[in-house]
Ligand binder design. Structure first.
Ligand code: MN
Length: 705
């Protein structure tokens, strides 16, 4: 078990005394918080966070990460919350601890294997601060190292998750040392028999090979020494899991894999890499097609090295990797290498900046290599995700663009779900459909049959699928609405001749439609609704052959069309006079716009009287629904904060304000113009009364143009 003293020594080698003290303070805090809790092994719980901090200290991570490591299970396992950590250790540490806790809360099991990659992305997207991932990886590493004490079932689950999620994340971040340890520990826990067998074979082979390995190494060393290169040559063994994968994927037997002798040569500069390569190639014969220059063209996670395969004495294949010390560092530590305190640089410029630095480093490498765009794409997408990942209630994962809302989610699930969506739950809490989603949330869409997309969704739906579907639906809906309205208008006109659409002879109707250039009734009804065709004239022409006389003409017709407020897109309310239920109204069939409802007293309507055949007598239906905009002008005393007082008062009446603007009347009074949504005249009158009761309000009038 690690001790605080040992950690202290490591910390002092690269952190300032204050920083070291901060980490120790976090230790004591966590020790208190976990007091009385024990690990399965019987050790006090604090041994775990301490070990996690030690792993990060070996990587030379900054003091914030180490403090977060000490505290990483506090929120989850003790009664202490994020705020308390913030007060004690500041917001950086609190955010890190919170981030690690959130990652831990996600249930990784129960998932199909194919979702593993999405899960990796989700984890990366959730951790806005990449240090959260590094702490989580260290946490997982220690748990894997101490996996033996768990029940087999649980340890297998954790092992599988490590292989599917965490090892690939470590690889994406270039942290190969961690990745290999994850793989070997995971493999041993998941397949103990196979691991033991390969391990035994490996030990056995090592004995047989030792002599030859030493011989080859000696040859390489002395050759390079003669040519004046100062190098370090290491014998290299494949780790368990990679041997297993090779056997499985490439269908090779153990002996074939072990028949390869592998070495790594560490040199001082990039230049030397290539010169050493030349020397090696003159020592043994290279195998054609096996040379790879990952210095000129680095791997996606920033890995750089020269790889070659040679035929040594007795014809044994020799794999050689040549790289600089920096490249070696990068290959082992990846992104964590950037936290190394190489100088006394105190500006801990935030983890995002460091992650960016890493990506920037990769970009530069790529530019020098002058090649392959996809190289960087993987890494960039993972670290600066434009996507979010959210759960369906059944544990599936959906990828959506950043800023996506439940409406986008609904359409991503299925078009029908989108079209019938009425509400949603985010993490089981009812939430507005406009709320932007965040990675890791579980989203549930509530649907109702017969529910319809709302035009306001356009304001916040961001995905092409959602937008296209909403648009398509609205278009169809407009078509349906217009046919319904056209039928009502035509019937009303026909009623003036004491007739009805149903009473008209079928052949006669067909003949008339053909004469007007319509293939069927619907397009003509649509034209009527859109104001492109007048109902009265149409009615007259239709009945023409019957030579019927109108019972009554003009706007005084006995059967006004009832407005229910549910007519949809073909009926709109004039912006000039803002009619609300209770107002006497009249309709105007405006070409292409359809029916526009005006107040009878509207001045604009008076101008339209010239086209009286376009006027339609209307009344409000008794069951009228919806909310209507009413415009008020309020005269108030010039006083600071008056608008806020007004707005608060109106809000308390549960009324939505549509718009608000002010205009000075004189030095003493100001006009406040308010657009608000009301149900009807009674509702409006009540609001006006309450506004008048406010001190400083002198007059409240409803605006008429
Ligand atoms: Mn933990």
């Amino acid at each position: 078990m690690q001790t605080l003293d040992a950690l202290d020594t490591t910390l002092r080698s690269y952190l300032s005394p204050q920083q070291t003290n901060g980490v120790k303070r976090a230790f004591y805090f966590a020790e208190q918080a976990h007091y009385g809790q024990f690990r399965r092994s019987g050790e006090p719980y604090i041994s775990h966070p301490l070990a996690v901090a030690c792993i990060l200290a070996e990587m030379h991570m900054d003091h914030y990460s180490l403090m977060a490591a000490m505290l990483h299970d506090v929120i989850e396992d003790t009664g202490i919350n994020k705020l308390a950590i913030n007060l004690q250790f500041g917001s950086t540490v609190a955010e890190l601890v919170d981030g690690v806790s959130k990652l831990t809360q996600i249930e990784f099991d129960s998932l199909a294997e194919k979702q593993a990659e999405n899960f990796q992305k989700m984890a990366l997207a959730m951790a806005r601060d990449i240090r959260v991932i590094l702490v989580k990886l260290a946490d997982r590493l220690h748990n894997m190292r101490t996996l033996g004490v768990l029940k087999p079932e649980k340890s297998r689950r954790i092992a599988r998750e490590t292989l599917e999620i965490y090892a690939p994340i470590a690889m994406r971040l270039g942290m190969n040392a961690v990745r290999m340890e994850f793989e070997d520990l995971g493999f041993s826990a998941l397949y103990p028999m196979r691991a033991r067998r390969i391990d035994a074979a490996l030990r056995n082979a090592r004995g047989h090979r030792k002599e030859l390995v030493d011989k080859i190494r000696h040859q390489i060393e002395s050759t390079l020494e003669q040519e004046g290169h100062l190098v370090e040559v290491k014998g290299r063994e494949k780790h368990l899991y990679s041997i297993y994968k090779k056997m499985k994927v490439k269908r090779k037997c153990f002996a074939d894999i072990m028949d390869i002798y592998a070495f790594r040569i560490i040199v001082s500069s990039v230049d030397t890499c290539y010169r050493v390569l030349g020397s090696i190639h003159s020592l043994y014969k290279p195998v054609p097609g096996e040379f790879k220059d990952y210095i000129a063209i680095p791997k996606a996670n920033g890995y750089q090295s020269l790889h070659t395969v040679l035929i040594g004495m007795h014809g044994v294949p020799i794999e050689i990797q040549i790289r600089t010390r920096d490249m070696e560092d990068m290959a082992n530590k990846g992104i964590a290498a950037h936290w190394l305190y190489k100088s006394e640089d105190q500006s801990a410029s935030g983890s995002h900046a460091r992650a960016r630095l890493w990506v920037q480093g990769l970009l530069e490498m790529q530019q020098r290599a002058g090649n392959s765009l996809e190289f960087i794409e993987n890494v960039k997408i993972d670290l600066f995700p434009d996507e979010i990942y959210v759960f369906t209630p059944r544990g599936g994962i959906l990828e959506l663009p950043r800023g996506a809302t439940p409406v986008d989610f609904a359409y991503a699930v299925h078009t029908d779900v989108g079209n019938n969506c009425v509400a949603c739950r985010i993490n089981r809490r009812l939430a507005p459909l406009s709320e932007p989603l965040q990675s890791g949330q579980t989203v549930e869409i509530l649907t109702a049959s017969g529910a319809q997309p709302n035009p306001s969704w356009f304001n916040y739906a961001v995905t092409a699928k959602a937008r296209t579907n909403i648009r398509h639906f609205l278009k169809e809906q407009t078509w349906d609405d217009s046919i319904t309205l056209g039928r009502r208008l035509l019937n009303k006109a026909l009623m003036g001749f004491d007739s009805q659409l149903e009473h008209i002879d079928h052949d006669q109707l067909k003949e008339y439609l053909a004469s007007q250039g319509y293939a069927s009734l619907e397009p003509m009804l649509e034209d009527i609704a859109r104001g492109n065709r007048l109902p009265a004239i149409t009615a007259q022409q239709l009945l023409g052959e019957l030579k019927a006389n109108p019972l009554e003409r003009g706007s005084g017709a006995p059967n006004p069309v009832a407005i229910r407020g549910t007519e949809g897109f073909m009926v709109s309310y004039a912006k000039c006079c803002h009619p609300i239920p209770g107002d006497p109204i009249e309709g105007y069939l405006s070409p292409e716009k359809g029916m526009v409802v005006h107040r009878e007293t509207c001045n604009n309507l008076a101008d339209m009287k010239e086209n009286r055949e376009r006027l339609v007598t209307l009344r409000w239906d008794d069951e009228v629904a919806g909310e209507y905009v009413a415009e008020l002008r309020i005269e108030v005393e010039n006083r600071r904060g008056m608008i806020a007082v007004l707005a608060t008062r109106i809000n308390s009446m549960d009324v939505n304000i549509d718009n608000i603007s002010t205009e000075d009347k004189d030095y003493q009074f100001t006009y406040v113009d308010l657009g608000m949504q009301v149900k009807n005249r009674v509702h409006l009158a009540r609001i006006m009364k309450r506004l008048r009761s406010i001190e400083s309000v002198r007059r409240v009038i409803r605006v008429t143009n």
